[in-house]
Structure formats: structure tokens, C-alpha cells
Design a protein around this ligand. Structure first.
Ligand code: PEP
Length: 257
């Protein structure tokens, strides 16, 4: 982490978990254990149908609400989709874009990720852009090329001022929901590479201001080590974000003086 130049952000990704009633209950549990997060921002990304309940429940807790996806068109005949403006209007601050599960199961591509990033920024949302390699790609030795390509594609046409509003989440696909965590060195290496890629595109000042998270089986037992990496500025957390005590322990790891 480097708090001098950029925000530390701990974000939960609930995926397709919890009802609106359970959202309210989770907020009450979190309120009982979450300390004032002085050194990091706390975000909870929830299913679209729970956004209203989450915004209400987290209102007085300094916890921002995020969405897990959006559609890039402003409005129209796109049955079942949700636009960036709709999310913004509900009080959403962050939106996950390009999560590997969306790439794997819902046909998300680097092109659609880029369109969604533009839509999010235009609406005043902070995109959390997910990039990451599969195990096969890592074993083929193409991780760095692939990550650079995903970052460049996601940010294509995005100006320097807007890039500062983006968060990049390095999420190795092989570490998501598998219990396998990248070692701190592996996570640190790729996060540093992401910053190098941004520096080559936008220069050093912009690159050092962008928050880069690690995601993939982050939990209380490994958070301190992962967050100690100089270019790991927070975490995107799936499984461990569903339990108030585990999520709080990760926030505490990021919130140390
Ligand atoms: C995720 O879904 O973004 C994630 C990192 O999941 P998990 O923490 O469960 O691996």
C-alpha cells in the first residue's frame, strides 16, 4: 500500500448472494464490529436488487455501495439490463466491471468492458476493472502480456483525469473462489506491472494515483502480507466478504497506521 499517493480500498463482492433482508442483517452485524476506517475506504458490491436496501442500511456507516455490473447503453430496449445512470441515481459509487465470472459465463469481452468503463465514468461512477489470467495462461508464461492487453483495452479512449477515478483489480482466475491465493510476491509483481502499464499510457503522476487491488481468496490470514506489497492498494473480496467478522478483519488489516 502507498497511502501518500492513492486510496486504499477494501471492497466486498457478494456475487449472487444474500437477499435484501439478509443485506439489512449483514449491515447490522457489520456496524457492531467495523471500526472507523481511517486509512481505507470500505465498499460493499451487492446484487442489483439489493442496492436500495444496501444504500439505506449502510448510510450512516461510511460504507459505500457498489454494483456488480452494468450495461453500457443509456436506456432502451435491453430487457433485464441496468444502466449506469440508474445505479448512480440509487446512490451507487462503485461498479465492478469485467469480473472473470462475467467474462466466463456471460460473454463479457475486452470490448464490452471498455464500453462499460466509459458508461460508468460518464455517469460519475468509479469502475473497479477486473483483469486476470487463467491457470493455463500463467503456465504458458503469457500473464504479463495478457494483463497489459486487458488493462489497455479497458482504458482505451479514457482520458488521464478519468483514469484517476478507476480502480484496477488484479484477480488471477485460478485464485477466485478456489481457496488458492496468489503468493504476496506473485500478486505484487502483477500489480506493479499494471502500474507500469498505466505509467506507459498516462505518465508517472497518473499511474501513482490509481488504486490497484488484489482479489482471489483474500482472507484475514493472508491480507496483511498481500497488502504489504507496495503496489497492492486494497482487496476485492468474494467469499470472506459475506461474513461481517472476516470482512472486518480484512478492513482492519488495511486500516493499520
Ligand atoms: C471475487 O469474486 O472477486 C473474489 C476475489 O472471490 P474470492 O475472494 O471468493 O476468491
Amino acid at each position: 500500500m502507498n497511502r501518500r499517493y492513492r486510496k486504499t480500498i477494501i471492497a466486498g463482492n457478494w456475487k449472487m448472494n444474500k437477499t435484501a433482508t439478509e443485506t439489512k442483517k449483514f449491515a447490522e452485524q457489520l456496524k457492531a464490529v467495523l471500526p472507523k476506517a481511517k486509512w481505507c475506504d470500505v465498499v460493499v458490491c451487492v446484487p442489483a436488487v439489493n442496492i436500495q436496501a444496501a444504500v439505506k442500511a449502510f448510510r450512516d456507516m461510511r460504507v459505500s455501495v457498489g454494483a456488480e455490473n452494468l450495461f453500457y447503453e443509456k436506456s432502451g430496449a435491453y430487457t433485464g439490463e441496468v444502466s449506469a445512470d440508474m445505479l448512480k441515481d440509487l446512490g451507487v459509487k462503485y461498479v465492478i466491471i469485467g469480473h472473470s465470472e462475467r467474462r466466463q459465463y456471460f460473454g463479457e469481452t475486452d470490448v464490452s468492458v471498455n464500453k462499460k468503463v466509459h458508461a460508468a465514468l460518464e455517469a460519475g461512477l468509479h469502475p473497479i476493472i477486473c483483469v486476470g489470467e487463467t491457470l493455463e495462461q500463467r503456465e504458458m508464461g503469457i500473464t504479463m502480456e495478457l494483463i497489459a492487453l486487458q488493462v489497455k483495452a479497458a482504458l482505451c479512449g479514457v482520458g488521464a483525469e478519468k483514469v484517476r477515478k478507476c480502480v484496477i483489480a488484479y484477480e488471477p482466475v485460478w485464485a477466485i473462489g478456489t481457496g488458492k491465493t496468489a503468493t504476496a510476491a506473485q500478486a505484487g509483481e502483477v500489480c506493479t506491472w499494471i502500474r507500469t502499464t498505466i505509467r506507459r499510457l498516462y505518465g508517472a503522476r497518473v499511474a501513482r494515483s490509481v488504486t490497484i487491488q488484489y482479489g482471489g481468496s483474500m482472507k484475514p490470514s493472508n491480507a496483511v502480507e498481500l497488502l504489504a506489497q507496495p503496489d497492492v492498494d486494497g482487496g476485492l473480496i468474494g467469499g470472506a466478504a459475506l461474513k461481517a467478522d472476516e470482512f472486518t478483519a480484512i478492513v482492519n488489516a488495511a486500516n493499520q497506521d
